[in-house]
Design a protein around this ligand. Structure first.
Ligand SMILES: [Fe+2]
Ligand SMILES: [Fe+2]
Length: 174
């Protein structure tokens, strides 16, 4: 609970800071940048923090991909942006109800909060982002609701699992 409150305070404070434009230009092409900028300011700040944290711990050959996952993991939130009040309520209700929040999914704000992984993956698919690495879109798709690992039996599953672990860690800390 305290972790979530701390996360929320960091979230709000990001609203007053400048976006790290250099980082964005280094990692995104023009079309991707326009998509990214549809995120609310605080979601954009969060995504940049997650991208940097993931990149730092990524295997050398996947640094760029990990940064991309961090930048776009919450892109589904652009479909139905939440107001600050809605976020406060949802964070508190989620902390209390945990998985029981799913029962409230008929509320549009709850659907957006719970379903943004899936809608994010669809946005990326539609735009051909991560076209050559579909497993990356699956990381975005399942980042809040995949309870278990895929088995590590092939190279793609193992990449998927490692990236998912990295995203969950970075997402929680940022
Ligand atoms: Fe998310
Ligand atoms: Fe996130």
């Amino acid at each position: 609970m305290l972790g979530r409150v701390r996360q929320f305070l960091i979230h709000i404070s990001g609203t007053f800071k400048r976006l790290d434009e250099n980082y964005l230009v280094e990692h995104l092409d023009k079309e991707q940048l326009l998509l990214f900028l549809k995120l609310s300011k605080s979601d954009a700040q969060h995504s940049i923090r997650v991208a940097k944290a993931m990149e730092k711990h990524a295997p050398e050959e996947l640094k760029y991909v990990y940064a991309g996952i961090g930048l776009f993991h919450d892109i589904g939130k652009t479909i139905r942006p939440l107001s600050v009040i809605e976020k406060v309520i949802l964070v508190l209700v989620h902390a209390v109800m945990k998985d029981g929040l799913r029962k409230l999914v008929r509320f549009k704000s709850v659907e957006s909060y719970l379903g943004h992984g899936r809608s994010g993956a669809e946005i990326l698919e539609m735009r051909g982002i991560f076209y050559n690495t579909p497993w990356v879109r699956d990381v975005v798709r399942f980042h809040h609701d995949l309870p278990e690992h895929y088995s590590d039996d092939d190279e793609i599953n193992s990449k998927f699992n490692k990236a998912m672990d990295s995203l969950k860690l970075a997402d929680n800390d940022n």
